[in-house]
Design a protein around this ligand. Structure first.
Ligand code: HEM
Length: 214
């Protein structure tokens, strides 16, 4: 029993660390993507070229894909374990705001996974040569993609769900790592809320601008 509990906790910790790493990727990704709003394709294409060729970034990309895979597979594993453990379930059993969001984590997470598969077909697989397209001109790839209304509907829906996922993920990662504090926990929650609104809103602004204002 102790062994099972310990391995679940260590999986949660690995998941939280991978999740925190993913949280640092998104602001970088957003800042680069905001260059898509410029009328000149050069700055974005140069940034994308740098990201695709600079050795340190290439290493970080492998770490990133690894973190995504670990985070997803451990998340699914722990959720299944949690379902199988019912009706005993979690010891705390509280129906707080946190447990409201946490109950939907698997579904918001599944939506982000589906989004990522589509997103990889749209961009990343072009970069690694699995899908036809010009990796030196992601500016045009993105501009053409967001001309299609269906992609905007899908992307925008996913950004909303991403916000829900990020809000809970941010605060719960700190909790999992045992960083609970009377003063700091409310601060973390506020930062989580700001992060979970600003990041998806930033991505949505790109989708909406390229769709309706170009
Ligand atoms: C308007 C929104 C977005 C646009 C225009 C966009 C664009 C791109 C582009 C052009 C690439 C391939 C080139 C590159 O590596 O820089 C890419 C890769 C990637 N995107 Fe996005 N993205 C958006 C939102 C997101 C979101 C919300 C996530 C995560 C939930 C995400 C996750 C990734 C990942 C994991 C990769 C592959 C890793 C990488 O190549 O660095 N993207 N995206």
């Amino acid at each position: 029993m102790n062994k099972v509990l310990f391995s679940s906790i260590s999986k949660k910790i690995v998941m939280a660390l991978a999740g925190l790493f993913l949280l640092t990727f998104l602001p970088v990704h957003l800042i680069i993507n905001l260059m898509l709003l410029k009328n000149d394709p050069l700055p974005f294409n140069e940034a994308a070229h740098f990201m695709a060729t600079f050795p340190l970034v290439k290493i970080m990309e492998i770490v990133l894909i690894g973190a995504i895979l670990v985070h997803i597979s451990w998340g699914i594993f722990l959720q299944i374990q949690n379902w199988l453990a019912r009706p005993i379930g979690y010891v705390s059993g509280n129906k707080s705001e946190t447990s409201f969001f946490s109950r939907f984590m698997i579904w918001t997470g599944a939506t982000i996974l589906t989004f990522l598969i589509l997103h990889f077909f749209n961009f990343y697989f072009i970069k690694i040569g699995l899908v036809k397209g010009n990796p030196e001109d992601f500016y045009s790839v993105a501009h053409n993609l967001f001309k299609v209304p269906a992609y905007n509907y899908i992307y925008l829906t996913c950004f909303v769900l991403l916000g829900f996922h990020l809000y809970h993920a941010f605060s719960s990662a700190f909790q999992t790592l045992g960083l609970n504090h009377r003063i700091w926990t409310p601060v973390v929650k506020t930062v989580a809320l700001i992060y979970a609104i600003v990041l998806p809103a930033g991505f949505a602004s790109i989708s909406i601008s390229l769709w309706l204002f170009r």
